[in-house]
Design a protein around this ligand. Structure first.
Ligand code: SF4
Ligand code: SF4
Length: 405
């Protein structure tokens, strides 16, 4: 069996592993452990303890004198399963009194497990699919604009432009999963209506690399990152906008680090651009006389710090009644769709989604809004399964619906 390779962890992470006080606060806030309390391996504190023990066992004084003993097979198997039964929502890090950046630590743990070939089979399949098809669905990448085909009029920005001020990076889920087509359709119509000089990359867009990075397979994402940066640079764009928070986060936080140089253009989430276009009077909104609530996507909120832009967009719609859920903003509960958990444990993802749906139901809202195609898909799935009459929409879909044309 492969030994523990500490090079996957930064010096700061090794210090963090050591600094855990075992207070257990993270356990109280963990949405996946809340759903599977009989499985200690999921608990954030437990994952850190396993690593502390393994480091001592492999690198402590005894190991240096007598040699490192092999890692315990049963412990390693449970640890691998617990590390992937995590939505990477980051709530554990938010409440940690010693400020351990848990989300980054869990990704480093996954990288270590990939090195040891202890990752779930589903992650290998994901890597093979993305490497061969350049997207997560396995469809032909040339079909990336299939969502645009039933638009009444296809805006010029969707196909047919080589240069523009703004690149709309559509992302794999919105490009290939029919349930999400209305997000890029609505966003393209909004941009066109607001006279934004934009284009999409079509078949030249490749997966942003996020699913691989969070699977612990970031090394396999490097070529995708390089390809996407070059494709955007060729357009001469000054800004890139993404409707997907995970694409946004990866472009905004990871791309420069991965390529080792500044991107040379701004990266925005769609809610930021919508807020600005509304403030400039380039989008006029009609009324929406219903009670709505808003679900903060983890990758937009806790991970990227964008809480206000989507709320400002919602509150700029006349006649709307907006009510927050019990867990909101920084403390928002995950929808269950993050961290690739849907691929490794579908039932766990569904259980977390049901808990979030219950919080939305408590507000008596008629509509759950989010700003992520994955959150809307996951929450809509929960509403369907639980037979709850509540509509789930992306903020983009709502703006497209009430926009004056
Ligand atoms: S990131 Fe979220 S799901 Fe993962 S251990 Fe922390 S609180 Fe639990
Ligand atoms: S909240 Fe932080 S310090 Fe407390 S047990 Fe969890 S990781 Fe350790």
């Amino acid at each position: 069996m492969a030994a523990l390779d500490l090079s996957r962890f930064t010096f700061k992470q090794l210090m963090e592993i050591d600094s855990c006080t075992r207070c257990g606060e993270c356990i109280t806030w963990c949405p996946t452990f809340a759903e599977k309390q009989d499985q200690d391996a999921i608990a954030p504190l437990h994952k850190i303890e396993v690593l502390q023990k393994a480091i001592r066992q492999q690198y402590g004084l005894r190991a240096r004198i007598f040699g490192a003993p092999p890692l315990d097979e049963a412990v390693l198997t449970a640890h691998a399963s617990g590390t992937y039964d995590c939505t990477l929502c980051g709530r554990c890090g938010l409440v940690c009194p010693v400020h351990i950046d848990t989300r980054s630590l869990w990704i480093a743990m996954r990288e270590q497990l990939v090195d040891m070939e202890r990752h779930p089979e589903a992650m290998s399949t994901l890597r093979d699919t993305v490497s061969s098809s350049y997207n997560i669905s396995g469809d032909a990448n040339t079909e990336r604009l299939i969502w645009s085909e039933n638009l009444p009029t296809i805006p010029e920005g969707v196909k047919g432009k080589e240069h523009a001020e703004v690149v709309y990076f559509v992302g794999c889920v919105s490009s290939f999963y029919p349930q999400s087509y209305s997000i890029p359709q609505g966003f393209a119509e909004i941009l066109d209506n607001a006279e934004v000089d934009f284009l999409t990359l079509g078949g030249a867009e490749q997966c942003c690399g996020f699913p691989l990075i969070i699977a612990g397979m970031g090394d396999s994402a490097r070529e995708l990152v390089r390809h996407n940066v070059d494709a955007v640079r060729r357009t001469g764009a000054k800004a890139l906008v993404a409707t997907c928070p995970s694409c946004y986060h990866t472009w905004h936080a990871d791309y420069s680090r991965i390529i080792g140089e500044p991107l040379g253009f701004e990266v925005l989430h769609s809610t930021e651009l919508l807020r600005d276009l509304i403030a400039e009077g380039r989008i006029k909104l009609g009324s929406f006389g219903r009670r709505v609530t808003y679900h903060d996507p983890c990758d937009l909120g806790r991970t990227s710090g964008i809480y206000d832009a989507p709320r400002e967009v919602i509150l700029s719609i006349p006649d709307i009644e907006f009510i927050e859920m019990k867990d909101t903003r920084e403390y928002s509960l995950c929808c269950g769709g993050g961290g690739d958990v849907e691929m490794s444990d579908k039932d766990l993802s569904a259980s977390v989604a049901r808990s979030r749906l219950e919080q939305a139901q408590a507000t008596e809202a008629k509509v759950i809004l989010s700003a992520c195609q994955q959150c809307t898909r996951t929450l809509a799935g929960a509403a369907r399964r639980e037979k709850v009459r509540i509509r789930v929409m992306d903020v983009v879909e709502l703006v497209a619906r009430v926009m004056e044309r």
